[in-house]
Design a protein around this ligand. Structure first.
Ligand code: SF4
Ligand code: SF4
Length: 375
């Protein structure tokens, strides 16, 4: 296997592997394989493992533990828990202790405030709240660093990064959704580590999209490789955290990351320029504003057009076809009776009825291999 690359994790002084492992996709019913995947990741030089108690029906940390056994010191293992109105310093500390116990460790390099948002900041910082527990755990040497993760508005994520509370932020960023780019920039300026989750957009970019592969200088062999390379070409990113569940996936991702030597500024700007154009083309078609809803027949107009956008604009046709065919048939384009109610409400004057017909032809059952009988 090629050699792993390491990057600074903000101002923590830690060097994190450019490829991190999100442990939320380990095989639920095969603990031997899960341990082997974690083991292979460690052997390949991956040193960051993101875990939490709730993932995989509560099995995540149980599945990770055997692979970490005896070598968690030196690895960056993170636990994660959210905060709510009931959270106290005591309850949060109990959660930290419980997660360490399940993982079989006496120390966590990171603990992350999960599912966090600006709105929840007072819940974290209140007297005798979760931050009190995190600070105490840090002073006792149980944890070393505090991070947060969430899907709040990009401008709110920037504000959270600027609080000075956090050593890292974990956010979603990928070729088809770059809305957190300003937050990444700000975090990098402030020395807050940036862990990117969803680098392959929840599996969307595991499907073939040749025009995205071509955006990487020299071309990428697969769209998934292009997706990882795109994320790591952003110099504000500390690591790309990928949910891996097979040995092959570990091997392929490690090879992709290890062989990627970065991108020249002009290539980075060109690639983002093309992605801007893609986004603009998509917005001209349907912005998912929802003004055309609700359709009396139950057709999910924005949802259908969103899939069609990805197919047309990014070339993610196989992915879009699969998602479309997984939709409830009552919500698909074929359910449109052409009553015409929706069209006057579309600010973009989209010929919704014609476009739905086009989608049915492009993504519908007759366009793919899956038949209604097989659903
Ligand atoms: S034209 Fe079709 S999509 Fe539009 S409201 Fe009528 S049934 Fe729904
Ligand atoms: S009103 Fe037009 S732009 Fe908005 S969701 Fe409906 S089709 Fe898309």
């Amino acid at each position: 296997m090629a050699a792993m690359q390491y990057r600074a994790l903000g101002k923590t002084g830690l060097k994190v592997s450019a490829l991190a492992m999100g442990c939320m996709r380990l095989p639920e019913n095969d603990s031997d394989l899960a341990a082997a995947v974690v083991d292979a990741a460690v052997e390949a030089g991956i040193n960051y493992f993101e875990t939490t108690r709730g993932y995989i029906n509560g099995k995540c940390q149980h599945l990770v533990a055997p692979g970490l056994k005896g070598r968690s010191r030196g690895l960056i293992v993170s636990g994660k828990a959210g905060v709510n109105e009931e959270t106290t310093a005591d309850s949060y500390r109990q959660e930290i202790d419980l997660q360490m116990q399940i993982l079989g460790v006496d120390y966590l390099e990171f603990f992350q405030v999960g599912w966090f948002s600006l709105e929840k900041l007072p819940l974290l910082t209140k007297d005798d709240g979760a931050l009190t527990a995190l600070d105490k755990a840090r002073s006792e040497g149980i944890i070393s660093h505090i991070g947060f993760t969430g899907h709040d508005q990009p401008e709110n994520v920037v504000k959270l990064v600027e609080t000075g509370i956090f050593d890292s932020v974990t956010l979603a960023y990928n070729m088809v959704n770059r809305s957190y780019a300003p937050a990444i920039r700000r975090a990098a300026e402030l020395g807050v580590g940036v862990v990117v989750m969803c680098p392959v957009a929840g599996g969307m970019l595991a499907a073939p999209a040749p025009q995205l592969q071509e955006l990487i200088p020299g071309g990428s062999q697969t769209t998934a490789a292009a997706a990882l390379q795109f994320v790591l070409a952003n110099l504000g990113v500390s690591c790309a955290c990928s949910g891996m569940n097979t040995l092959q996936m570990v091997e392929e991702n490690v090879a992709t990351v290890a062989s990627f030597s970065g991108m020249h500024d002009e290539d980075w700007l060109r690639m983002n320029g093309v992605l801007d154009q893609f986004a603009t083309v998509g917005d001209r078609f349907c912005t998912a504003c929802g003004y055309c809803m609700d359709c009396p027949e139950g057709v999910d107009i924005p949802g259908i057009f969103r899939l069609y956008n990805y197919a047309k604009v990014y070339g993610l046709e196989d992915w879009a076809r699969l998602q479309y065919q997984r939709m409830d048939p009552a919500k698909r384009a074929e359910a449109c009776v052409k009553c015409g109610t929706c069209e006057p409400n579309c600010p973009h004057k989209i010929s919704i009825m014609d476009q739905l017909e086009e989608v049915a032809e492009a993504l519908g059952v007759s366009a793919g291999t899956q038949s209604r009988d097989s659903e």
